[in-house]
Design a protein around this ligand. Structure first.
Ligand SMILES: Cc1cc2nc3c(=O)[nH]c(=O)nc-3n(C[C@H](O)[C@H](O)[C@H](O)COP(=O)(O)OP(=O)(O)OC[C@H]3O[C@@H](n4cnc5c(N)ncnc54)[C@H](O)[C@@H]3O)c2cc1C
Length: 401
């Protein structure tokens, strides 16, 4: 049996500040199981799934079986807590993203934005009914906010409408980019109440009358994630299927802020994945008679990638500490998302360069991280939108419009 120190050395050799040593023994054991599963079952096919734009069979079921949010290993020393530690949540996203950014995104949208729409937006009864099923993956969900004409300005710009008709609501409109919608059982759809002008949340099922979907084709990033366009034409939703605690954009913002840290964690894992793939490549590729890892200019780029990774890990460690204490600070979260996505984007470009021509061939892994970084840079608040959140806090002036 390996000790915690041995397991950490195997799992996170790139964590030079040893932030991962603050994980509990149970958490480390669990993360090792996750890493082993990814490597043994999914490594071989991952690049082909990316090319073919297909979700690996069994992935959701395996994640459900792992019990990644309520496994007893995650609660050693924190018995009675409602969720596992934030430091574990960081490293859980990190391990998955280091393997593949589509898989962590699919899970993130289910467990983060989707799950939290029900958790924060649902009534007591809705929470009791849906949360256990979502956590065990008996039901899959997603998050339908963005629209064809409204991305960054979605807070004031929703065009999808909800009209009350007795104890029913009639939804009309369109959604775009909805990750995992085609494989979801229940979709939280956000729409504006025509009477009050305020957004509300509705539980829509993909097979309902009036719901049509098509998957966005020809993406250059996160090809494994099916991102859907959804059309809603006179879709009838019972009042009982309205998320009772979503009564304004501030309620939706709470869901968004609860998961933005997760994207900062994913960006960091993806950076680690790019560093691993690049290191492997430069240790094998020979030019001028030697492996190219012998050359100073190559080592400088690896060092920059490692430096970016170390910054990102340190930022996440403090963010996780704050969130553990209940401090979900908006500016800290936006700063981590903005900076870690930027560092990821810089780093994958260095990795891609170090792999030469093979850096644009998916088989070498680096191209997958390079492309996927573009999506991470844009979703959960673009670089500019997060910069505007930070700018507002520095100047006291909102510069969004
Ligand atoms: C892979 C992927 C998955 C996604 N998954 C989901 C999902 O599951 N559910 C969901 O609801 N949404 C999802 N989204 C949508 C995502 O949140 C939006 O793409 C994002 O909010 C940006 O919106 P947009 O693409 O319409 O860009 P736009 O808002 O049109 O922005 C275009 C450019 O203009 C800039 N810009 C906009 N306004 C300003 C301003 N005031 N000042 C300066 N610059 C500005 C932006 O920063 C950006 O560079 C996903 C997107 C992607 C790419």
């Amino acid at each position: 049996m390996s000790t915690k120190t041995e397991l950490l050395q195997e799992l996170f050799p790139e964590d030079i500040l040893k932030v991962s040593s603050q994980l509990t023994e149970g958490e480390v054991k669990f993360l090792k199981q996750l890493d082993d599963l990814l490597e043994s079952k999914y490594r071989e096919g991952i690049n082909q799934h990316w090319v073919d734009a297909t979700v690996p069979e069994g992935f959701f079921e395996d994640m459900g079986k792992l019990n990644y949010f309520s496994n007893p290993l995650l609660f050693e020393g924190r018995e009675g807590a409602k969720m596992p530690s934030h430091l574990y949540q960081f490293f859980f996203s990190y391990v998955l993203a280091r393997f593949d950014v589509s898989l962590v995104t699919l899970l993130g949208v289910h467990q983060g934005l989707g799950h939290n729409s029900f958790l924060f937006g649902g009534s007591k009864e809705q929470v009791a009914h849906y949360i256990p099923k979502l956590q065990s993956h008996e039901l899959r969900t997603c998050f339908a906010l963005t629209e064809p004409n409204h991305g960054s300005d979605v807070a004031g710009g929703l065009e999808t409408t909800a009209r009350r008709d007795g104890d029913k609501w009639i939804l009309n409109g369109a959604k775009r980019w909805i990750g995992g919608a085609t494989v979801a059982d229940v979709i939280p759809v956000y729409a504006v109440d025509v009477e009050t002008g305020k957004p509300k949340g509705f539980i829509v099922r993909p097979d309902q009358e009036g719901v049509t979907m098509d998957v966005i084709q020809n993406k250059i990033a996160l090809r494994i994630v099916p991102n859907a366009n959804i059309q809603l034409k006179d879709v009838v939703v019972e009042e009982a299927d309205r998320l009772q605690n979503i009564n304004g954009f501030k309620d939706i913002a709470k869901v968004l802020y609860s998961t933005r840290a997760g994207v900062s964690y994913m960006a960091t894992g993806a950076l680690a994945g790019a560093l691993r793939a690049t290191t492997k490549y430069v240790n094998e590729r020979k030019q001028f008679g030697k492996e190219i890892s012998n050359y100073q200019l190559v080592q400088e780029k690896l060092a920059m990638m490692q430096g970016n990774l170390t910054h990102a890990i340190a930022l996440n460690a403090q963010l996780a500490r704050m969130q553990e204490e209940g401090d979900y600070d908006e500016v800290a979260t936006s700063t981590a998302k903005m900076m870690n996505s930027l560092r990821l984007r810089e780093s994958v470009a260095m990795g891609r360069g170090l792999a030469g021509g093979n850096g644009i061939v998916v088989d070498y892994d680096i191209a997958r991280f390079f492309s996927d970084a573009e999506a991470v840079y844009t979703y959960e608040g673009t670089h500019e939108v997060n910069a505007l959140v930070i700018g507002r806090s520095i100047t006291g002036k909102s510069a969004f419009v």
